[in-house]
Design a protein around this ligand. Structure first.
Ligand SMILES: *[C@@H]1O[C@H](CO)[C@@H](O)[C@H](O)[C@H]1NC(C)=O
Ligand SMILES: *[C@@H]1O[C@H](CO)[C@@H](O)[C@H](O)[C@H]1NC(C)=O
Length: 541
């Protein structure tokens, strides 16, 4: 129920900030961003907290809810929050990366106005500037289906968020300094589950009941594997797609990815290990949390169940087994498979090859040889105010040349409503994880070796999942189909935080000449201005 007070606030906000949809419910959040001390690996560290919490507060909402999130920056440095997997229909103004938004200066506040438009599923938010993500300030986002939309499984007895990932004892400043000085990061010091180290977090369950676990990899550099001692997991959702409900004993979750699994507490009453281990790393890092049966008096014991071997094949086969349930509904009542993505002709093929060039004596990372450097003004604002010299369209090629790496503020142009094939080609020995803001895409294929046009004959054009983050295995390719149905300036990036920080990212400008509110919302009146956008106006005189 909405209180009269929040309804009035909503109306005022609608008037003040031309809020996007007055019909749908509003949820209000006030977040105070501060430094704080945490000891997740037994060592004192400075963290970035939200309302005193690490990880930050959970966002629970329903499809189409408006989320009004006021962020107060009490840090001594600029800050921005971004939303992994939220699509921001027509509204890249709210994406919260430096290419779209000015940072919130120290001591200032900014109110994000998001809408979970036509979305369901499991996502997370994170701080996007510098290496803030290494200090926390991330949290889970659950978007529930609207009441009368059928969900393809019984309502679970509980819904647990699992924010897992690698962790460093060094501060975000120290890590940034290492990268700024031209070096790669060392191995992480450990893994955390919901901000805690070994057996530091407990998931309580009632024997016989079934629970949803929403697992996101919020780490910086490592793929992880998730499993629960003595229990199987039924996969039901990935980043907003209801999946075929396959059963797994262990699940690979690559950087930035989110999965929902159902776990039934159908074992003898005792406590069990919830295990997360790193993938494709040497050594393998492991941590555990506790699955506690409420009627248990027996602490966790026995060997910690081992993860899969480091072989890529196991992971690749699992990835291929994750498919869309064509008869389940998504955010709307119609079946997911009623959108026949495999029958649409692609208008363009973009091949993106990652590399790790040294440029000016420093380790950098690049896409099609271009290592991204931020402009002096957010690209979206430079575009809107027609400020020249910040970026050039076409500053990153559509195809790799495999030439020497160079620095640029790379922006690729694309037509609104075009249907595009993107191939991620990885010639490096490490697994990659790629994310596209503002969209979800169909992962039509992945395999070892070079992608060729002949690879298309093996695409899954029927029931692959639609998601916003995909892995690319070492010396392999992954191909996606994407409907560019969202006008804006959208970040395409490595979810490996060292790689994106050192240039493995660029922006895709999805452009419509119509200049209509139906395609893109106007600049918010509260938009922060900075760089060469200072002195411009967010509303007409
Ligand atoms: C947030 O910042 C704006 C602009 O700086 C200011 O007008 C507003 O009063 C601030 N809100 C609060 C509650 O402090
Ligand atoms: C797919 O969804 C339907 C509709 O909700 C459900 O009945 C069915 O069990 C699901 N199928 C699989 C294989 O997961």
């Amino acid at each position: 129920m909405r209180s009269p007070c929040s309804a009035i606030v909503a109306c005022v906000l609608v008037l003040l900030l031309h809020c996007v949809n007055g019909e749908d419910p509003y949820r209000f959040f006030t977040w105070k961003i501060t430094y704080g001390i945490i000891y997740p690996l037994g060592v004192k560290q400075q963290a970035i907290l939200i309302n005193g919490q690490f990880p930050g507060p959970q966002i629970d909402c329903v499809t189409n809810d408006n989320l009004i999130i006021s962020v107060y920056n009490y840090l001594s440095e600029p800050f921005l929050m971004s939303w992994n997997g939220l699509q921001h229909r027509r509204n890249s103004w709210q994406d919260g990366v430096y290419g779209t938004n000015c940072p919130i200066p120290p001591g200032k506040n900014f109110t994000y106005m998001l809408q979970a438009k036509d979305q369901i599923g499991s996502f997370f938010y994170y701080p996007s500037l510098g290496f803030h993500k290494a200090a926390g300030a991330f949290g889970g986002i659950k978007i529930y289906s609207r009441p009368r939309i059928p969900v393809p499984f019984p309502f679970p007895a509980g819904d647990h968020t699992v924010l897992a990932g690698d962790w460093f004892k060094r501060s975000h400043r120290q890590l940034k300094l290492i990268l700024d000085s031209g070096h790669n990061l060392p191995l992480p010091d450990g893994l955390l589950i919901n901000g805690r180290g070994w057996n530091g977090y407990t998931f309580a369950v009632d024997q016989g009941k079934t629970y949803r676990f929403r697992v996101s990899n919020v780490g910086l550099t490592s793929s992880i594997n998730f499993r629960i001692q003595g229990h199987t997991m039924k996969l039901v959702e990935t980043e907003g797609s209801h999946t075929l409900q396959n059963t797994y004993t262990a699940l690979d979750v690559h950087l930035g990815q989110s999965y929902s699994v159902l776990v039934t507490a159908d074992q003898p009453a005792k406590d069990y290990y919830v295990v997360v281990s790193s993938r494709f790393t040497s050594p393998v890092l492991t941590t555990t949390a506790v699955l506690h049966y409420r009627n248990s008096f027996t602490k966790v014991s026995g060997p910690i169940p081992g993860g899969p071997t480091t072989q890529v094949d196991w992971s690749l086969n699992q990835a291929r087994s994750i498919r869309w349930n064509l008869t389940a509904s998504g955010p709307r009542p119609n079946p997911q498979g009623s959108y026949h993505y495999g029958m649409i002709k692609t208008a363009r093929t973009i091949v993106l090859a990652n590399s790790a060039p040294w440029i000016n004596g420093k380790q950098r990372y690049a896409v099609n040889s271009v290592s991204f450097v931020p402009g002096d003004t957010p690209l979206k604002l430079a575009d809107y105010f027609k400020i020249g010299g910040v970026f050039n369209l076409g500053s990153i090629p559509d195809q790799p040349s495999y030439g020497n790496g160079y620095l640029a503020t790379s922006v690729m142009s694309a037509d609104f409503r075009s249907f595009v094939e993107i191939v991620f080609q990885n010639w490096e020995d490490t697994v990659q994880s790629w994310h596209i803001d503002g969209h979800s895409f169909f992962v039509v294929g992945m395999d070892g070796g070079p992608w060729t046009p002949g690879s298309r004959s093996r695409y899954n054009l029927r029931d692959t999942v639609s998601r916003s983050t995909t892995q690319v295995y070492p010396r392999s390719w992954t191909a996606i189909y994407i409907a560019l149905d969202n006008v804006g300036m959208w970040n395409i990036r490595s979810e490996n935080w060292a790689r994106q920080y050192l240039g493995q990212q660029f922006y895709l400008r999805v452009y419509s000449p119509s200049n209509s509110w139906r395609d893109e919302y106007p600049i918010p009146k509260n938009a922060l201005l900075c760089g060469r956008a200072l002195g411009h106006r967010t509303r007409p005189l």
